[in-house]
Design a protein around this ligand. Sequence first.
Ligand SMILES: Cc1cc2nc3c(=O)[nH]c(=O)nc-3n(C[C@H](O)[C@H](O)[C@H](O)COP(=O)(O)O)c2cc1C
Length: 192
Amino acid sequence: MKIIVGITGASGAIYGIRLLEELKNLGVETHLIISKWGEYTIANETRYSLEEIKAMADFCYDEDNMAAVISSGSYKNDGMIVAPCSMKTLSGITNGFDNDLIIRAASVALKEKRKLVLLTRESPLSTVYLENMLKASQLGAVVMPPVPAFYSKPQNLADIINNTIARVLDQFNLNMKIQRWEDMIEQIKPRD
Ligand SMILES: Cc1cc2nc3c(=O)[nH]c(=O)nc-3n(C[C@H](O)[C@H](O)[C@H](O)COP(=O)(O)O)c2cc1C
């Protein structure tokens, strides 16, 4: 499998990083683009260096490189994940305003009817952001804000992040072991 990963400047760079790690573990070929503001949040929110993150991917591209192979629909792949996805990149995708390679590759995924998963992150959500998420969904993207699930009784931040990453990988039929609803069902029975 080949999956394109975009990391934008929304809070939650760790989602993109953990995703790259898991895709590598699963033997998936990854094509990575990090936006300028994605680089900023990586430095601001994590202890990873840019070099470490780029080394996790098989191929890396500059966000301004519109001539990259992933800028063309003729380059076959299994889809794209934008994690995290800023409201600006979301807007670019829903309006076909392809002025950087993350937005262009996402637009290509939509036009080629490939899987596109957007971990949109902002709070609270304005009407414009909500409309753009609705539009993205109507266009065929999977809109997946990284909202924690508590039924799995997370013990720490890593548990919360892993749960979200596993649900993203589910979208590509890739299996990451986590506590799933069916594992917890005995514990979450309603009271008599
Ligand atoms: C520390 C930091 C946190 C940010 N968090 C968010 C966020 O959660 N969601 C969002 O949409 N934008 C957020 N932004 C703003 C984006 O980085 C900004 O809109 C930028 O233009 C996004 O560009 P990009 O999508 O090309 O990365 C944040 C910016 C900074 C500096």
